[in-house]
Design a protein around this ligand. Sequence first.
Ligand SMILES: Nc1ncnc2c1ncn2[C@@H]1O[C@H](COP(=O)(O)OP(=O)(O)O)[C@@H](O)[C@H]1O
Ligand SMILES: [Mg+2]
Length: 231
Amino acid sequence: MNNATQLTPALEVKNITKTFTLHQQQGVAYTVLDDFSFSLNRGECLVLNGPSGQGKSTALKILYANYLPDSGEVWFHFNNHSVELYSSNTHQVVYLRENHIGYVSQFLRVIPRVSALDIVAEPLISQGFDESASRDNAAELLTRLNIPEKLWSLSPYTFSGGEQQRINIARGFIKPVPFLFLDEPTASLDEKNKQVVLELINEFKQNGTAVVGIFHDADIRQDLADKIIDL
Ligand SMILES: Nc1ncnc2c1ncn2[C@@H]1O[C@H](COP(=O)(O)OP(=O)(O)O)[C@@H](O)[C@H]1O
Ligand SMILES: [Mg+2]
């Protein structure tokens, strides 16, 4: 870590390359990202655009250290510090993810027997926030996202796709963060809930969060994007 000035962007991605090698298929290798770079300021939203299979989710997973790139750098600048993801140790990466990054994956990873309310409250509780206040915040978000109260105490295991996605969204938006990564968060939502998610994203942007997102709907891309990269 070193000091960064106020003028540096929030997020800098430099020359990322990612090649997958298919060991089950004669070791065929193919490059999904080649020299992928961008920089993003606080409060801006970058939209990753392009047809299915072009590497949008791969790019987002690399920003969240779910996939290791072959080469390149990912710099996070916040609170007068700079952190480069791939020269950090595991402890630093976990700390960064738990405290400073929100990530909404395309699908909810359902944990059996854990209630919807607790899944949503968990990122706050694990940061040491008061449990009952964390559940109050979770309840507020679930209300905004139109999840009926009778579902809050149930495991989302049996929920519909759209309900599971809203639990996932509530979990991703429960803590204020300088960085937010969204992989098609509105893909299985109705119009009313899409608008709620749009409002939530805009609130985070107004609070200075740098957002990188993949969005199914052209009107949502239009509404949110400060920058667009076509992959
Ligand atoms: N873990 C993986 N192993 C092998 N190939 C992968 C893996 N993850 C993604 N891919 C491949 O990389 C390409 C881009 O995938 P993805 O990033 O999911 O695209 P998008 O999100 O733009 O639809 C696809 O051809 C996909 O099959
Ligand atoms: Mg994808």
